[in-house]
Design a protein around this ligand. Structure first.
Ligand code: PEP
Length: 249
């Protein structure tokens, strides 16, 4: 069965609640498509107004992070229940910015993955190498480790519903998109890793996105690759260009 594409915007730490509503109102009619799931991953404070503003559209809402405990003395964190109660369906986990600035590890990402599934949230688990790792030729070793630890104790049925975002760190926010060949090569290798950990059926079902300076010009070729099931889009998700990315065909 063909995998449905998934195109998600990652707003990062941008957009106040009122700016968020304005942006959703601008993009709503531009992101209509039957070809892909369209997800806006937004800052926690924007979730409720964005869910409200997106009503009646095909926009689904995601969070950019989540904690792995149910509730309690974790000042500043946000729980899975808070997200689901607010109407969130997806959650980005282990983005490289969270790994770099907020000390997230493969192990904490794994705890969050398990918690997300427990609550019926679909994780978008990010992985990707630094430029130094690419130059040293250890890209796949590094990513395989991120994937294997990230999916520890995740069942095959859960993994089938997950999304993995391959995001080479050197391509995020730099304007430097990986070549189509580089992106396809790694996404294919990630799928092979999932087949090893689980089985062919799980590898065929899981959706793997490419992320890293995707724009309306690069999206068509990237999304035409056999192992690239859409994109995780940062900068361009804040602009009307996102409508063109979503309607890449
Ligand atoms: C991202 O935030 O995950 C991302 C890929 O950003 P950008 O598209 O701006 O490189």
């Amino acid at each position: 069965m063909a995998r449905k594409k998934i195109i998600a915007g990652n707003w990062k730490m941008n957009m106040t609640p009122s700016e968020a509503v304005e942006l959703v109102n601008t993009l709503k009619s531009l992101v209509v498509t039957e070809e892909a799931d369209v997800v806006f991953c937004v800052p926690a404070i924007d979730i409720i107004p964005v869910v409200e503003a997106a009503k009646g559209s095909n926009i689904q809402v995601g969070a950019e992070n989540m904690y792995f405990e149910e509730k309690g003395a974790y000042t500043g964190e946000i729980s899975p229940n808070m997200l689901t109660d607010a109407g969130v369906k997806y959650v980005v986990l282990g983005h490289s910015e969270r790994r770099e600035y907020f000390a997230e590890t493969n192990e904490t990402v794994n705890k969050k993955m398990l918690k997300a599934f427990e609550h019926g949230l679909t994780p978008i688990m990010c992985c990707g190498e630094t430029l130094e790792q690419r130059e040293q030729g250890v890209t796949m070793d590094f990513i395989r480790q991120q994937v294997k630890v990230g999916f520890q104790n995740v069942t095959a049925d859960q993994a089938k519903t997950a999304v993995i975002a391959y995001e080479p760190i050197w391509a995020i926010g730099t304007g430097k998109t990986a070549t189509t060949e580089q992106a396809q090569e790694v996404c294919k290798a990630i799928r092979e890793c999932i087949a090893e950990v689980y089985d062919e059926a799980t590898a065929e079902a899981i959706r793997i996105q490419y992320g890293g300076s995707v724009n309306a010009a690069t999206a068509p070729e990237l999304f035409a690759q056999p192992d690239i099931d859409g994109g995780l889009v940062g900068g361009a998700s804040l602009k009307p260009d996102f409508g063109k990315i979503v309607n890449w065909k």
